[in-house]
Design a protein around this ligand. Structure first.
Ligand SMILES: N[C@@H](CCC(=O)N[C@@H](CS)C(=O)NCC(=O)O)C(=O)O
Length: 176
């Protein structure tokens, strides 16, 4: 599976992109039959079912952890994503004193309550499922984005979790 990176500034300009992504949003996968697959939760599941045949990163049907896996997948793709994007957009490339605090304060509050609150409750082991899984890869993205733009946001158990995720070899490979 090849990966093409599209810069945010080019998203609205790349000719013909709407054929695959009508709202011109990423990510999407061009499928073998030329159609496209949208929604990153669906894309994660598709990649796992296609390439993770040995179930290293996702539990088998009937596995006792399968329900929790679905919870993590849907939580990151919907709630966590929705909570981190406003924080990111209000902070990225902006010095602290230039940030719109009136908008940032409720965005940070929502991120803390929703994402940090979820992890405080659900993170009972080193990783979300106990063993490292695709859910941890998904959380790495959300927590790294938040921590990168606002240093006091990822706290407590979630900060320890993020440090653990950052020490993994795969993290250095993907994010360097
Ligand atoms: N629900 C969609 C959200 C897609 C989305 O909003 N992607 C963002 C980047 S993370 C985007 O392309 N934004 C560009 C824009 O809205 O112009 C998904 O799960 O994939």
């Amino acid at each position: 599976m090849g990966v093409t990176t599209i810069a945010a500034a080019d998203l609205k300009k790349v000719p013909g992109l709407e054929k695959y992504s009508p709202r011109r949003v990423i990510p999407f996968v061009v499928m073998p039959d030329g159609s496209s697959l949208l929604e990153f939760g669906a894309i994660v599941m598709y990649i796992l079912e296609t390439y993770d045949k040995s179930h290293k990163f996702h539990p088998t049907i009937g596995h006792r952890n399968r329900a929790k896996f679905f919870q993590g997948l849907f939580f990151v793709a919907t709630e966590a994503y929705k909570a981190v994007v406003p924080v990111f957009l209000l902070c990225f490339n902006m010095k602290h004193h230039d940030r719109d605090q009136e908008k940032l304060k409720p965005a940070k509050k929502k991120f803390t309550e929703d994402v940090i609150g979820h992890l405080e409750k659900e993170l009972n082991y080193d990783y979300y499922m106990g063993e490292f899984s695709a859910i941890d890869i998904m959380f790495t993205y959300v927590l790294t984005l938040a921590d990168m733009v606002q240093e006091d946001l990822v706290t407590g158990k979630a900060q320890e979790y993020l440090q653990r995720l950052h020490t993994r070899e795969s993290y250095s490979k993907v994010y360097s």
